[in-house]
Every structure is written in C-alpha cells, then in structure tokens.
Write a protein that binds this ligand. Structure first.
Ligand code: KIV
Length: 274
C-alpha cells in the first residue's frame, strides 16, 4: 500500500515590499507598525501580522536605558537590526538611522544607510526631518535606498525643541511633509502633532502617513513595543495604549520562580533525570 503523501508545506507568507507598503495608502486598510529590537520579539510581532517592523532608535531608551535616543550608535543599530532581519519573514523591516549618521552630508548618509541595508536583512531606513533633510532623502532614494521620513516631534532634536512637546507650527509641519514626499520618501511618521494637522497632511500627501500621537486619521499607526506590551513601569505618554501588562506578568513569574527555588518546590522530580 502506498504511504500517505506528506502534508503540503504551508505557503511562505509573501513579503510586504516597499511598493506594497506604499500602495496601502488609500486601499482602505490601515497600516500597523511596531518596534522590535531582537530576534524573539521580532518573530512574535511578525507572526501577529503587522505590516511594518521598525528597529527604532527608541532602543537607546527602552533597551539600553539611556534618557534619550541620542547615545545609540550606528554599529549598535546594525547589531540589533541583524537580529530583527533574521526573524521577520513577512513585514517590511525599517531601521532608524541614529544621530548623527545622516547629518554629515549626503555621501556619508549613503555610506551609513548602505551599511544598514548590506549588513542587516532589512528593506528601508528612517530618518528624522522633512525640509532640512530633503537633499539627503533624495540622495538616498537615488542610490536605491528606500526612506521613511519622520516629521513633527523629532526625538533626536530634543535639546533644540526643549523637550518632548506637541509640535503645532502648522506651516512648517505641512512644508516638512511636502518636502519629504517630494524628495522621494515612500512613507512618513508623524509624531506628536495635533490630529487636525495630521489629517490635513494625510489628505494631501501621496505617501502613507504613520501616526504616533497624531490622531486616528493617519494612514497607519506606530507604537513602541515595550509600550504596547506594558513592559515598563516608567511614565508613558498620553498617546500610548498598552494592550497587555507584561510588567506584572514578568515580575510575578520571576517572583514565583524565586519562591519555589527557596521553598524547594522547584525543581520537582518531573524536571530531573533518572
Ligand atoms: O524610535 C522609534 O521607536 C520611533 C517610533 C516611535 C516612531 O521612531
């Protein structure tokens, strides 16, 4: 009798490429994006079905424990992007260019972004700025490097902005968004701007807007994974929604382990070998 045929291999999920990501604008499907900084979490968020995974320079704060995003280096971003790139099969992987890896002229920016694309399995870079970065965005795009722009609150400029404040200068926000799109960015993050201005930009922009603290009318939303999972007990801004309380879960689980080690309940016979 013939053996049963092997079960069919499930089809590999098809990759969300940069053009597919950009084409989601106006498709009726909102884009969701979260950050990830390592292999384990990147696999989980990809399995959850988000369209974008951002290796954000927020890593400087939530992974490295710095007070802002300025200290993280290009080598550190690439080291973590490699882990994320190895894990993600379906979502678009975007890597933040850290400060000041794109501020020293367009050729240096191409060199640094080129390293990110060569050394990590990712498809695009993100950089902060609109009008003042237009020349750099255009240079990267002409070198074949897809760029997501980041307008509104730009955390790398925290000292110049005087803190993490809602950005309300409507004329310059609109000018930044227009300049980023004209320079060839395939999408833009809008951080911490009034919902009304984000709606205006979204209606006018030919590329997707991904909001964080920019209201519900953007083409998509992004959050830092540690905030989504409730992993920190630190202050979280008003625009964050936590969908789990992993802080309590993790502390509770480790406390239980500690207690069972102290009492001798762990390891029991079932966790040992004859
Ligand atoms: O670094 C980051 O995590 C970001 C998002 C908050 C957009 O830039």
């Amino acid at each position: 009798m013939a053996a049963n045929p092997p079960p069919p291999t499930p089809p590999r999920p098809s990759r969300i490429t940069v053009p597919k990501f950009a084409a989601l604008k106006g498709s009726g499907r909102k884009i969701s994006m979260v950050t990830a900084y390592d292999y384990a979490f990147a696999r989980l968020v990809d399995e959850a079905g988000v369209e974008g995974v951002l290796v954000g320079d927020s890593m400087s704060m939530v992974v490295q424990g710095h007070e802002n995003t300025l200290p993280v280096t290009l080598d550190e971003m690439i080291y973590h992007a490699e882990m994320v790139g190895r894990a993600v099969e379906r979502a678009l992987v975007i890597v933040d260019m850290p400060f000041p890896s794109y501020h020293l002229g367009k050729y240096k920016a191409i060199d640094n972004a080129g390293r990110i694309l060569k050394e990590a399995r990712c498809q695009a870079v993100k950089l902060e700025g609109g009008a003042e970065q237009a020349e750099t965005i255009a240079a990267l795009v002409s070198a074949g490097i897809p760029v997501m722009a980041h307008c509104g609150l730009r955390p790398q400029s925290v000292h110049q902005l005087g803190g993490y404040k809602v950005q309300r200068d409507e004329a310059s926000l609109i000018e930044d968004a227009r300049a980023a799109a004209d320079a060839g960015a395939f999408a833009m993050v809008l951080e911490c701007i009034p919902s009304r201005i984000a709606r205006r930009i979204t209606e006018a922009a030919p590329i997707p807007t991904i909001g964080i603290g920019a209201g519900g009318d953007c083409d998509g939303q992004v959050l830092v994974l540690h905030d989504v999972l409730g992993l920190t007990s630190d202050y979280v801004p008003r625009f964050v929604k936590s969908y789990a309380d992993l802080h309590a879960t993790v502390v509770g689980a480790v406390r239980q382990f500690r207690d069972e080690v102290r009492s001798g309940a762990f390891p029991s016979a079932e966790h040992g070998y004859e």
